[in-house]
Design a protein. Structure first.
Length: 295
């Protein structure tokens, strides 16, 4: 395939994306995060004279893998297709709330090696997904799938990690859930915010173990759809309170309502959300949630 033209590469990408969307019609399994890039790619493939697309098509593939104890764990593959793909490899980052940072690095490195050996020049998203489904469970730390209750003293030991989770839900209306989110965050010393309505956005930050405990409680509630859209981990030197406070972008966990409108007063003003995130130095997260640049 060395002599593949850019146009041919674009056509192959589109047919592979079509295949993925027909195999995984649910947004929970497959979703294109940048619709504009996809539209540009299609235009480019159909028009000889069109300019090269300005950005790569990006999408998420979510994969559930079974652990030896028969529980299921979700992994998300954040993928971007370079213009020359499939002549060059896709860019894939696998994440899961059950992976520690070192496990995540190892898994991604092994996946890349596998693709380099098996997939040069051929569409390989399905192979990558299959590989992940088969091998992902082996990378998971048993401890993380059932976090032990660490005594407070242990938190001060070296290697403390500060975590910020950006959680996305199809909607958050239920008063009990909203109360749980606030109460649990308080109990676990987490700060952040919760934006109820449709879509629902929750951000929590604090000690990694507390964030993971919060996530494991929240996801057990019944949701139409909920997932960790993005995760930030920062290793702290000493892990003392001052250092933890220093990392926080939010002072407490509060519910933020941005000019609700819509039939049930439930559609939030995303422009206001963008400005709120911008003030907190988190504007880049907006793009991850909604796949568009904020204004």
């Amino acid at each position: 395939t060395t002599g593949m033209t850019n146009q041919e590469a674009a056509e192959i990408q589109i047919s592979e994306l079509d295949l993925l969307s027909s195999m995984f019609p649910s947004e929970e399994e497959f979703s294109v995060t940048d619709q504009l890039a996809l539209a540009e790619l299609k235009h480019y493939a159909e028009n000889e004279t069109a300019e090269m697309p300005s950005s790569k098509v990006q999408f998420i593939l979510n994969v559930k893998a079974e652990l030896p104890d028969a529980s299921m764990v979700e992994f998300s593959m954040a993928c971007a297709l370079p213009f020359k793909y499939p002549t060059v490899l896709p860019e894939i980052t696998v994440r899961s709330s059950f992976l520690s940072r070192s496990q995540q690095i190892q898994l991604n490195s092994d996946l890349k090696t596998y693709l380099e050996q098996k997939c040069s020049g051929e569409p390989c998203m399905l192979s990558a997904r299959e590989w992940l489904k088969e091998h992902a469970a082996a990378y998971i730390d048993r401890e993380l799938s059932c976090p032990p209750r660490a005594p407070l003293g242990a938190l001060q030991s070296e290697g403390t990690t500060f975590t910020r989770l950006w959680i996305y839900s199809h909607h958050i209306y239920n008063k009990h859930k909203r109360k749980n989110i606030i109460d649990w965050a308080k109990e676990l010393s987490l700060s952040g915010f919760c934006m109820p309505g449709k879509p629902g956005v929750v951000c929590v930050e604090g000690l990694q173990s507390s964030c993971e405990e919060f996530w494991s409680r929240v996801r057990r509630l019944t949701w139409k759809r909920i997932l960790i859209r993005h995760r930030e981990d920062v290793s702290l030197e000493g892990g003392g309170q001052a250092e933890i406070q220093n990392q926080r972008k939010f002072s407490t966990l509060e519910e933020k309502c941005f000019d609700a409108h819509g039939a049930r007063g439930n559609h939030m003003d995303l422009g206001q959300l963008y400005h709120f995130l911008e003030e907190k130095g988190c504007a880049d997260i907006f793009q991850m949630y909604f796949g568009v640049e904020g204004h």
